[in-house]
Design a protein around this ligand. Structure first.
Ligand code: ATP
Ligand code: MG
Length: 431
């Protein structure tokens, strides 16, 4: 293994194996269903390890979001032995083992890096589907060293082929292989490097930083669906504020969000407002953390997306009296975002932003049409209005209505159920 740069290359030394006395992972911290799958696979004669973020996070004393398993059992074998296993995946096949309550544990067969020439795959679409490999090859095909550790529950050891344990201890993000090549194979790795550096508070080695700046434009060639998938991970996952701000520092936000990202990267006042709002979202997520194997806590994707877009959108909604919906839709479509929000989601975000802006205006001028409470988006819009005007989430018993009554004590405010006009529908979600 060649050290001393941001890139780590394969050598012949074999893995470093950490016995139980040298790491902090306790079986008690592992999801019992994940443990059952691991032991079952091992009893069947397969190799099976816990891997990825779960090992990384447990070594850092954090609670993992999910427990991914890597094994030499093939997808069809996994399906054969686990009745609740479903084979999924376009880029490569893997098994999702589903449990009651929506919990899913991902079981992937060890793969090797198919190399830079992935036939038929465009940028960001790495992979011929069936390049299975050994555990060691599987470690080397991963993105950064701290994400490539295995935990073997049978021996309670951590298996490190790539120097990830040392990097965890030193707080370093290092790329497996040559950063330039690995980013070229799959530009989404640029985003992932930034994400984990931000989430873990780790340093990105200078030469990886340089490779990011050189190759960040490649992200624009990734499929919209893939970029949206990554985008949702950052909105639902922890530390959205830190991730978005680091994406901005590396000039990646302007690629992902077009003009919107450009505005955030170049206007410190907008960036400060954005940071404050995302910080609130992050704190709310901590209050209701995502459970293992499930996406998101109490804070929805739409809510964090609205907070992300608010500082850019609010000044455009304006007070001209024109319907802000088409105005904002045009601004979104014209922003040149590489991340394409699905149509329905975009419509919903625009609807929420315009409604929240309307409520915020009512707090200024007292002019409130309470019939908007009929709108399905009202609850979330009023919460957003609370957050953007008060710069904090509403506490128990607080709402937009308490703000309104505080500002205009003489007004009838929300008294009684509002009338519902017959035949009137709320703004359609599709366009
Ligand atoms: P978390 O789930 O907490 O965000 P994670 O590290 O488990 O973190 P996943 O997106 O679940 O992230 O990916 C699981 C593992 O798969 C990663 O730890 C990494 O080893 C590997 N991986 C994911 N995406 C890539 C990629 N684009 N290139 C190489 N390896 C990847
Ligand atoms: Mg994971």
């Amino acid at each position: 293994m060649i050290e001393g740069t941001g890139n780590v290359h394969a050598g012949s030394a074999g893995p470093v194996i950490l016995p139980r006395s040298e790491h902090t992972i306790s079986r008690r911290d592992i999801d019992p269903d994940a443990l059952k799958i691991l032991f079952r696979l091992q009893r069947l004669g397969f190799t099976a390890y816990l891997t990825g973020g779960a090992v990384r996070d447990m070594l850092l004393g954090r609670t993992p979001k999910d427990f991914d398993i890597a094994t030499d059992a093939r997808p069809n074998q996994i399906r054969k032995y686990f009745a609740n296993a479903f084979i999924i995946g376009r880029r490569f096949r893997l098994a999702h083992i589903r449990f009651r309550g929506g919990k899913t544990i991902e079981v992937a067969t060890f793969r090797r890096d198919p190399g830079p020439v992935a036939e038929g795959a465009g940028p960001g679409e790495s992979a011929p589907a069936y390049a299975f490999g050994t555990p060691e090859e599987d470690a080397w095909r991963r993105d950064i060293t701290v994400n490539a550790l295995f935990y073997d529950p049978a021996t309670a050891t951590v298996i490190d082929h790539v120097g990830g344990v040392a990097d965890l201890r030193q707080g370093r993000i290092r790329m497996i292989g040559d950063a330039g090549v690995r980013f070229g194979e799959d530009p989404v790795r640029i985003w992932r490097v930034i994400r984990y550096a931000a989430r873990l508070g780790f340093a990105i080695d200078a030469d990886i930083g340089a490779a990011i700046r050189e190759q960040r434009d490649l992200l624009c060639g990734c499929s919209e669906a893939r970029l949206y998938e990554e985008f949702s991970k950052d909105l639902l996952g922890p530390q959205t504020r830190a991730v978005v701000s680091l994406l901005g520092e590396y000039g990646v936000l302007r690629l992902l969000l077009g003009r919107i990202g450009e505005a955030y990267e170049s206007d410190p006042a907008l960036a400060a407002e954005l940071a404050a709002l995302l910080e609130i979202a992050d704190r709310e997520k901590m209050r209701a953390p995502a459970q293992a194997g499930r996406e998101g806590g109490d804070v929805s994707l739409e809510e964090t997306a609205c907070l992300l877009f608010w500082p850019w959108a609010a000044p455009q909604i304006g007070t001209s009296g024109a319907d802000p919906f088409p105005l904002l839709k045009k601004a979104f479509l014209g922003a040149g975002m590489a991340v394409a929000l699905p149509k329905g989601m975009r419509a919903q975000v625009i609807d929420l932003l315009t409604l929240a802006a309307r409520l915020a205006r009512a707090l200024q001028d007292g002019r409130m049409r309470w019939s908007v409470r009929q709108r399905p988006q009202y609850a979330l819009a009023s919460r957003l209005c609370f957050i953007v005007t008060q710069r904090r989430a509403p506490a128990e018993g607080e709402s937009f209505e308490t703000l309104y009554q505080g500002a205009f004590p003489g007004q009838p405010a929300a008294a009684g159920r509002p009338r519902r006009r017959r035949g009137r529908r709320s703004k359609p979600a599709a366009q």
